[in-house]
Design a protein around this ligand. Sequence first.
Ligand code: HEC
Length: 152
Amino acid sequence: MKKHLALALAALAASGTVVSAIAATPAETVAARQANFKQMGRAMKAIGEELKKPAPDLAVIRTSAGSLNQAAGHVGRGFPRGSGPDSGVKTEALAAIWQRPADFQGAARNLVTKAGDLQAAAGSGDLNRIRTAFPAVGGACKGCHDNFRERH
Ligand code: HEC
């Protein structure tokens, strides 16, 4: 217990991210990143649903875009060595993440950029801008999943 806490604190000091801070074991690392992805999935769904309505609720879009943007910033640090398929933990992360780390980090940065664009668009309140930025985020999700997440 004490050892875990020490590890978690060391990770926090090293990275400053919440995801790493609570992720001392491979199982915890995988659970934390999956929860982060689920949060992004919920935010995307909420925004997509608003955009289908005749009068989208900008407050909902802004809150979801903020949550999405924050979660996007954790993605690149959610995959430390030893948290892949050979860790014995059930994960959809492909070994390619650790074989082509530069490509993977590029895909993670692309998401950060696109999620930032969406948050800025949401802040502007310009629905046309939001309607352009939203599918670009979806493209960033897909761009990474196609290469680095197990298909199902
Ligand atoms: C840089 C790569 C990358 C990007 C960008 C990315 N994902 Fe993922 N995603 C993954 C990987 C890898 C997994 C598998 C994680 C695991 O099982 O350990 C995953 C898993 C998921 C899951 C399943 C989580 C679970 O409960 O098992 C959801 C939902 C998801 N992503 C949604 C999204 C959404 C929505 C976006 C865009 C807003 C996105 N992802 C962007 C790589 C990415």
